[in-house]
Design a protein around this ligand. Structure first.
Ligand code: PMP
Length: 325
């Protein structure tokens, strides 16, 4: 659609050539839409998981597919979304979607309520499932006129204000769209103040995680620490980094940390599907350590890249290849 013809407020949805798996059918990218009054758009009742796709010596493969889908089922359970598909069915659908979208580097699976609803609790609670395999830069960022904030080393603001979210009702472990509203507000403000990223505090003021990342820090004895599981989303990268560290003989433990103590760490890094292991070089405008990525951060970032690209036989089972599925 030409610029002038586009209805105000609508996204420039011309075709990418990509296919999206929608309830068992592969449909063109631009046809995977929902109604503006759909329950999931209005009430945030969408759950999702986000994975990475890698070119490996065995062809394209999804990193820790089973673990990501298990987490999706946990998100469904924690939010009460009546998802009917089981793991093997979802696993096959994901691999079919990757096969149908050559060159994809990322994969998002969403489960949501497309029905137009009045009440907070939907009358029609049929859940739709959509799976998109794509390249975020080529298919999304460039199409959104190329404005993309990306830096390999981050300056991070620690958001000390605790948002009044009830973790006993919607736990941090649920990857539900509604859980991203507070981080979005805080990160937007931090961006305007010149920071790349934020870290959020938990209800007691301890550092918990970023909006889409987990956090690690390195102490003076070169031991690795990360906040405990009950405070954060169970990041697949977090878990993988902990397993890799243990495998390589690096001490790692789960500990709470207050913002001031984090600022005194030798090294700090974030982990997540999009960026892997990402160095934090400044916190609240003060340099972390020497103000450059530290040795353990660099080592783990490299190690993680090796594993995700299929170049470490010990961890080949973390990759689900598309070919021969
Ligand atoms: N925390 C939150 C709140 C997230 O949304 C994400 C991204 N899924 C992470 C941490 C990192 O998780 P993963 O390593 O599985 O991408």
């Amino acid at each position: 659609m030409a610029e002038a013809e586009r209805p105000s407020g609508s996204a420039p949805e011309t075709g990418t050539g990509r296919k999206i798996w929608l309830d068992g059918r592969l449909v063109p990218w631009e046809q995977a839409t929902v109604h503006v009054l759909s329950h999931s758009l209005q009430r945030g009742s969408l759950i999702f998981d986000y994975m990475s796709v890698h070119e490996t010596p065995r062809g394209p493969a999804v990193f820790r597919l089973r673990e990501h889908l298990e987490r999706l089922l946990v998100s469904a359970e924690l939010t009460g979304l009546p998802l009917t598909q089981e793991l093997p069915e979802l696993e096959a659908a994901v691999l079919d979607t990757v096969a149908a979208n050559p060159g994809a580097t990322s994969l998002k699976i969403s489960a949501y309520i497309p029905s137009v609803e009045v009440d907070v609790v939907p009358q029609d609670d049929a859940v739709a499932v959509a799976i998109a395999a794509y390249d975020p830069i080529e298919d999304v960022i460039k199409r959104n006129r190329g404005r993309y904030h990306w830096r390999p080393e981050l300056s991070v603001w620690i958001e000390k204000e605790r948002r009044n979210r009830r973790p006993d009702i919607v736990p941090a472990q649920a990857k539900t769209a509604a859980n991203y509203a507070s981080p979005m507000v805080a990160k937007w403000a931090a961006r305007k103040a010149g920071y790349d990223e934020i870290l959020l505090a938990d209800a007691e003021g301890y550092v918990a995680e970023g909006p889409t990342t987990n956090v690690f820090w390195v102490d003076a004895d070169a031991a690795l620490h990360t906040p405990p599981e009950d405070r954060v989303l169970h990041g697949i990268t977090r878990r993988s980094v902990m397993e890799l560290a243990k495998h390589d003989g690096i001490p790692v433990s789960e500990d709470r940390v207050l913002p001031d103590a984090l600022m005194a760490a030798a090294e700090v890094f974030l982990t997540g599907t999009t960026g892997g292991v990402i160095p934090v070089i400044a916190l609240d405008g003060e340099p972390v350590g020497e103000g450059v990525p530290g040795p353990l951060t660099r080592r783990l970032a490299e190690r993680f890249r090796e594993v995700t690209s299929g170049h470490d036989a010990d961890f080949a089972h973390w990759l689900a290849p598309v070919e021969g599925r």
